[in-house]
Design a protein around this ligand. Structure first.
Ligand SMILES: CC(C)(COP(=O)(O)OP(=O)(O)OC[C@H]1O[C@@H](n2cnc3c(N)ncnc32)[C@H](O)[C@@H]1OP(=O)(O)O)[C@@H](O)C(=O)NCCC(=O)NCCS
Length: 353
């Protein structure tokens, strides 16, 4: 019967075929196990907030929206954030309300608020029509350039593989000559060390005394998330705890160093109120690993990088939220921790499978 219902494991072959058909380039055979892992094996998967399918009159699936639950603490209260992702409608069923109805059903769930932070312009239209808002700051990406020609080659390569190869070939000698065009990486005082899932959970809980909105991490969940990040095979994961010169913990950072040389920031956290030393350690660490640039999203914790020499900004995927005014306000402030690690980033790799 036509209508919306919760996704079942047995729907995955059909959903993956639909997804691969809509998102050219994805292979249904690889998408199905990926969806199985990120939607059903997630330790925080919550049957109250299921992914949804829209059936057509003959029972075939004509639309899909993925939902993931993130446990959060809001002003000391345990709440749930739903992360919406991978919305698709069958090409024969476009503009008939399938996407809007799936979105509306998900937004109406029992969660405190809902986030889609890798969205495109089509999703933005749907969300704004359903009472959502755009977090315009989080829709901006920044790059701290370390090797300008290599960064340019990588960015060109994201649009055209052929031009990217040519640009990368030229980049090495150009960067060797023009390295002085950008400031060298900072040399921050203090040190960094490996950050385990257990320590990250502890640090977020400790920093949580200052944060009004944060993830409610536990080691089991973080082990799973970090395992999935590694499984994406998109580069080497760096997870570091930052200490100041006296050994006090100042914060932490996690990034993926992609084969193109861009260090993609997944999370920056600070224990105090000054993120600058942690950001300096992040850039210095990525530079020491050979990164040509560090790329992040404009979040309150990384805002201090904007305007610094060597930092450029660019349009990013849209960050959309459906929330009450208090949560909206917190998400734009330094008293919230809600990073790529918590949003859609992890679950947005289906099209690359
Ligand atoms: C994005 C996508 C899922 C939209 O699905 P769709 O079923 O064609 O969209 P809908 O028919 O629900 O909505 C189309 C418009 O009609 C409106 N609409 C139609 N019926 C509606 C209803 N019953 N209730 C509310 N709004 C409705 C929507 O608000 C929307 O308005 P907009 O064009 O101003 O944004 C679809 O185009 C798609 O699969 N695109 C490719 C994948 C993609 O880009 N996904 C988003 C990933 S971030």
């Amino acid at each position: 019967m036509a209508g919306i219902r919760a996704l079942q494991r047995s729907d995955l072959p059909q959903v993956s075929t639909l997804f691969a058909q809509v998102m050219g380039g994805a292979s249904a055979e690889h998408v199905a196990p990926y969806f199985h892992r990120i939607l059903f094996e997630d330790p925080w998967a919550d049957p109250d907030i299921p992914s949804l399918v829209h059936e057509g009159p003959d029972g075939g699936i004509v639309g899909f929206i993925a939902a993931s639950t993130r446990r959060m603490v809001l002003d000391g209260r345990k709440v749930r954030m739903a992360v919406s992702s991978n919305l698709v409608a069958h090409p024969d069923w476009r503009s008939k309300g399938v996407g809007a109805l799936l979105n509306r059903k998900l937004l109406g769930g029992p969660q405190e608020f809902t986030l889609a932070d890798r969205a495109n312009d089509d999703s933005r239209g749907l969300w704004l029509g359903l009472g959502g808002q755009e977090l315009t700051g989080r829709s901006i990406a920044w790059f701290r350039v370390l090797a300008p020609a290599a960064t340019a080659g990588e960015l060109v390569g994201r649009r055209s593989a052929r031009l990217g190869r040519a640009a990368r070939l030229l980049s090495r000698p150009v960067d060797a000559l023009g390295g002085r065009l950008v400031p060298p990486p900072p040399r921050p005082a203090g040190s960094t060390e490996d950050l385990t899932a257990e320590v990250l959970a502890e640090q977020v809980a400790t920093a949580g005394r200052r944060l009004r909105l944060r993830p409610d991490y536990d080691a089991e969940y973080l082990e799973w998330v970090l395992g999935e990040v590694r499984r994406l095979d998109r580069g080497a994961l760096a997870a570091r705890l930052v200490r100041g010169p006296q050994g006090r913990v100042l914060g932490w950072f996690l990034y993926l160093l992609t084969p193109g040389g861009v260090a993609e920031v997944l999370q920056v956290g600070v224990t105090g109120t000054d993120p600058d030393p942690v950001l300096d350690h992040l850039v210095a660490h990525a530079a020491a690993q050979g990164a040509s640039a560090v790329q992040g999203r404009l979040e309150p914790v990384t805002a201090g990088l904007i305007g610094r020499p060597g930092v450029v900004v660019r349009k990013n995927a849209r960050a959309l939220v459906h929330a009450e005014a208090n949560v909206l306000g917190l998400l734009s402030s330094t008293t919230a921790l809600c990073s790529h690690l918590d949003g859609e980033w992890l679950v947005s790799h289906a099209a690359r499978q």
